[in-house]
Ligand binder design. Structure first.
Ligand SMILES: NC(=O)c1ccc[n+]([C@@H]2O[C@H](COP(=O)([O-])OP(=O)(O)OC[C@H]3O[C@@H](n4cnc5c(N)ncnc54)[C@H](OP(=O)(O)O)[C@@H]3O)[C@@H](O)[C@H]2O)c1
Length: 303
């Protein structure tokens, strides 16, 4: 019998990649969804994912969904209106998983050590600290095996709705940013995080207790914009803000402090070390080629 994995946030970037990749290898996937009629939920259902309507505060939906599951992929999205939600929801999901007899956890989180790069009490600092609290709960839950994955910046951040984080880039081709031209960003393809998750579920002994910062490759901001320009056929450029203008501009663009902190994000990753896991990883050009319909939709149909 194929194993069954409960995937949290299966309609999101990371969760959907994993759910679909698990189905491709014939494993069973259970997931809760807030809206069973959304395009992402329908795609999951068509791929054979068993859906349980409900959100992360719906304990009955979570309990029903976890019946018969062997593994839990925990991947939360913070709430920007209720800063305590993800800790509460994460602990609830972990508790229900343990009570349901789920034996293995793969938890995708974030680069929590970046917290020191943000102003204490700021939104990002609170959200990163919340991720740390959920990680602590995951370790303490005493699953037979647990693995923590800390993904780099998603390649998918440069497509679709996630471009809200780069105001101006799609509208006028100019990305006003706190990055420097030579800022090196560790990037990750969501299917590579899925591949690490599947490897962990397949080999719990090897992955038990591992906490892995997962990056597919690294690119400078200039390289990223060049590759996006080539892929989209549009001339995309960055306008690099002088340091002294960033705090004033941040009053209008809430993503600038994150970019400022991410100038040093690369130090948390060891790209060369990734090869030791023996998991094939994707480059940014490969990602853009695979996602060319979305590149076209993002950069050429919204003008
Ligand atoms: N973007 C990055 O570069 C990056 C890097 C490292 C880590 N991360 C972390 O990765 C995580 C996942 O990000 P993502 O980009 O995959 O997410 P995403 O594409 O924005 O999707 C969010 C998912 O969470 C679900 N969701 C949100 N609130 C919910 C609630 N209260 N109850 C049930 N479902 C809820 C959404 O469901 P609906 O479909 O119903 O909306 C959706 O499935 C986040 O914690 C993020 O911080 C992101």
């Amino acid at each position: 019998m194929s194993p069954t994995i409960f995937v949290v946030a299966a309609t999101g970037t990371l969760g959907k990649a994993l759910a679909l990749d698990l189905r491709k290898i014939g494993w069973n996937v259970h997931a809760t969804v807030r809206n069973p009629t959304s395009p992402a939920a329908k795609e999951l259902a068509n791929a054979g994912v068993k859906l349980f309507p409900g959100d992360w505060d719906n304990e009955k939906a979570l309990r029903d969904g976890m019946i018969g599951c062997d593994g839990l992929f925990l991947n939360l999205m913070p709430s920007f209106t209720d800063w305590k939600a993800d800790v509460r929801q994460g602990k609830t999901i972990i508790d229900i998983a343990r009570a349901s007899g789920i034996k293995q956890l793969v938890h995708s989180t974030g680069i929590i050590d970046m917290v020191d790069d943000f102003e204490p009490g700021s939104l990002v600092a609170v959200l990163l600290n919340n991720k740390k609290l959920v990680e602590d709960a995951a370790r303490a839950a005493d699953f037979d095996a647990y693995t923590i994955l800390r993904p780099a910046a998603f390649m998918a951040n440069w497509l679709g709705a996630k471009l809200v984080m780069c105001p101006g880039l799609v509208e006028n081709g100019i990305f006003e940013t706190a990055y420097k031209p030579d800022t090196v960003l560790p990037l990750v393809d969501e299917h590579d995080v899925a591949a690490f998750s599947i490897a962990a579920f397949k080999d719990p002994t090897r992955f038990d207790g591992q906490e892995i910062a997962v990056a597919s490759e690294a690119r400078t901001v200039e390289e990223i914009l060049q590759l996006l320009s080539q892929a989209s056929g549009r001339q995309l450029k960055a306008q690099y803000l002088p340091d002294e203008e960033i705090s004033e501009k941040a009053k209008e663009n809430i993503f600038l402090p994150g970019q400022l902190a991410s100038r040093k994000m690369f130090r948390f990753f060891d790209i060369d070390d990734m090869a030791k896991w023996g998991i094939p990883l994707h480059t940014f050009p490969e990602f853009l080629e695979r996602e060319r319909a979305s590149v076209e939709q993002t950069y050429n149909q919204r003008q």
